[in-house]
Design a protein around this ligand. Sequence first.
Ligand code: H79
Length: 589
Amino acid sequence: MRAVDISAVKRPTRRRAHDRDDLAWWREARFGLFIHWGLYAIPAGIWRGKRVPYIGEWLMFREKIPVATYAKLAARFHPRHWDAAAIVRLARQAGMGYLVITTKHHDGFAMYRSKVNPYNVVDATPWHHDPIADLARECRRQGIRLCFYYSQDLDWHHPDGAWNDWDYAKDQKQPDRYLREKVLPQLTELLTQYGPVGMIWFDTPLTLTREQSARIRRHVKRLQPQCLVSGRIGHGLGDYSLPRDNFLPPGRLEGDWETCATLNHTWGYKKHDHEWKSAANLVTTLVDLTSKGSNYLLNIGPDADGRVPAPSVQRLRAIGAWLSVNGTAIHGASPSPFRYEFPWGRITTKGCTLYFHFFANPPRHFQLHGLRTRVTGVSALATPRTKFSFRQTSTPATGTPVLEIDFINVRFRTPVTVFAVHLAAAAAVEPLTLQQPDDTVTFIGPMARVGTDAAKPEMRVGGNGLSENWRNTRDWLEWRFTVLHPGRYDVTVVTTHQHLEPWSGGHTLRLTCEGQSLRRKTMREAVLPGLRSTYYPQIATRFGRLSFPRAGTYTLRLQADRMNLRSKNKTLFSDGGIQFSEIRLSPAA
Ligand code: H79
């Protein structure tokens, strides 16, 4: 395994000005369907009678199955229930604007008619049928953008593809030959056989050079200039950025992002994965991501007969039902003008309208701090004729704007109720971190100043909102923030990690604020509940108390006193340093 520069995977992609219009349909959609379908649906997570851990489509790699053995699966591929029209209809009913289907995953098997490589669904299976042609036709008929997933780096079937070193000796691989013989010609087929393609969704750039990624990008754009290229083409050369799979950022992102996510835990069908996310969880996630500037690409994994698991269908329909009422607040919506989340829900924006998405019934006297723009009206999205009264004031001590809305006779609609708040102009908000009406304060990385006691900080706040390369005691994060209610506050520091990778903890951190200093070692005292914790446990350490004698603006600094760096914490995707997520203050009991 070769180490990769994780910044190449996670860094926000720099967009070229002329690409901006090409992204318009994708921004309008906000929500798309991912489809993982391939030979791995046959074993469905079981090999030689035993359950194989990890995601279903990685089975060949996990079991180091020889190419000759795995390829025999093709003889058993004859999906009698494949119904492209029904799948595209499902995407439409769910309120999705595009779909992305695996045309070739890491196992190297092409799920379409390929003339350049016989390892494909038409030539190698008894079905002799091209499901991508079905989807292309149905997408055209039903008005969904057709996009293709293509594994451009990992290919466990081609002798020169990356990461199969059980069949092929690593030192004999010629990656350029793989590009020349398979990737580029197959991309030509995909971009000429099926009409306009919305995007090629490249994945997992682990061994490609910058030159190779650039060559693949050029190839796509030459064949279809409007076709988007996903952020995982490598080296920041995509048209938008992607965080890691199933990642939910702590705050608003800058630029164009897309989070791809599973409905259970696998992408490719697995017989024994029954842990489905609830419809409420999925709607809330869609709202959360839209408010943070990210699209949501949600996956289904049809089984070997082509059937979409019933729990997936139910959930997608439930999201669609919610969107049929509230879609205006999602489709074509921009992120929140605030960079942080709110304890009560989220905000999305369209022109001079803010949409307030409540995750629970709003309180009778709801308050929002920090909105500077004049409000002209408030109504419920589901019942636009009902108007709510409101007033705008400011706090005497700090001049912080306060919007108060009287929510009387509100019928809360699960799982999220949306209100339209009309403004006299585009929203302008207080730039500093603010104490919230429930008296909590949350500090996130993207709102911090990164500084250092040395010449230049090594740490940075990544495009995904988490700290990166925090591996020394000289760098620090600093926030200016406004306290509205003087008093004593409990401080909790939250760090995180990808759930299958080690957590980098046991670092001694120092928090300083107004002559007060708190020093603690990060320990797993609790995992905070919430959407983010499923794949990125939000690990909480209590740091003690801070006092604020008056309302006003303060400065808080977080710095490491002693690092606990262990080589085992360094993984393919993680630098092994502190992955800072947020600091929370709440009134001391
Ligand atoms: O297509 C889906 C996944 O198959 C693909 N991305 C989504 C959209 C993907 N998942 N993980 N990866 C790509 C890269 C993961 C690689 C590894 Fe590991 C994690 C290699 C080493 C650690 C898991 C553990 C697999 C091998 C060991």
